[in-house]
Design a binder for this molecule. Sequence first.
Ligand code: DC
Length: 226
Amino acid sequence: MAAQPPVITVDGPSGTGKGTLCLRLAAQLGWHFLDSGVLYRLVGFLALKRGVVLDDAVALVPLAAALPVEFRPLADDLEIRLEHEDVTRAVRTEQIGDAASRVAACPPVREALLARQRAMRRAPGLVADGRDMGTVVFADAPLKIFLTASAETRAERRYKQLKGKGNDVSLTALLEDIRARDERDATRAIAPLVPAPDAEILDTTLLGIAEVTDRVMHLVRERGLA
Ligand code: DC
């Protein structure tokens, strides 16, 4: 069998800088980028729109299996179109993050999204952002990164990000949401948020994005991936 294109997996809780790191790695390497959280967000978004209860597996699976989504690369982000409607901003809210975390706890939903994620593994390589990229979806990846940071730092980053995009948010509410979402993601029965045993763990509480990117690029070269 021909060797599979390489994958760099980047897992960790929200607000650790995964998304920015992945975009930078993908740009520097010229590789594809998978934002798996967006898939769960889209399932949550569609479920809310159609009045589907967030733990109703029977109703959720068809939504996940046939997500009518299209991604278009922008300069430093990804445009997301669902049924031809631009939902790039609409899926990034805290309400949709919470809905995503709830549908993500449903095993058949995860199963329904597996093939779509694995299909993104194309030459010359893939940078995959999520919670279970290194443990489940790309368990054979040659480089696995797990980012951590204190909950307070992550809430502050999220606060600045959302404020910057014109959202009205409260830092205290964000911190509570982040703690609740982490707890749910880390304790669910299937594909919980845990580092793969062979993951490189990087605490980004005191590190800027440039330094995190440099450290990971060093590992990329050390492993002969670029
Ligand atoms: O990375 P994010 O904030 O966009 O992810 C939203 C939610 O989706 C997150 O709280 C948990 C879930 N998720 C998951 O369970 N597995 C993934 N690979 C990615 C996200």
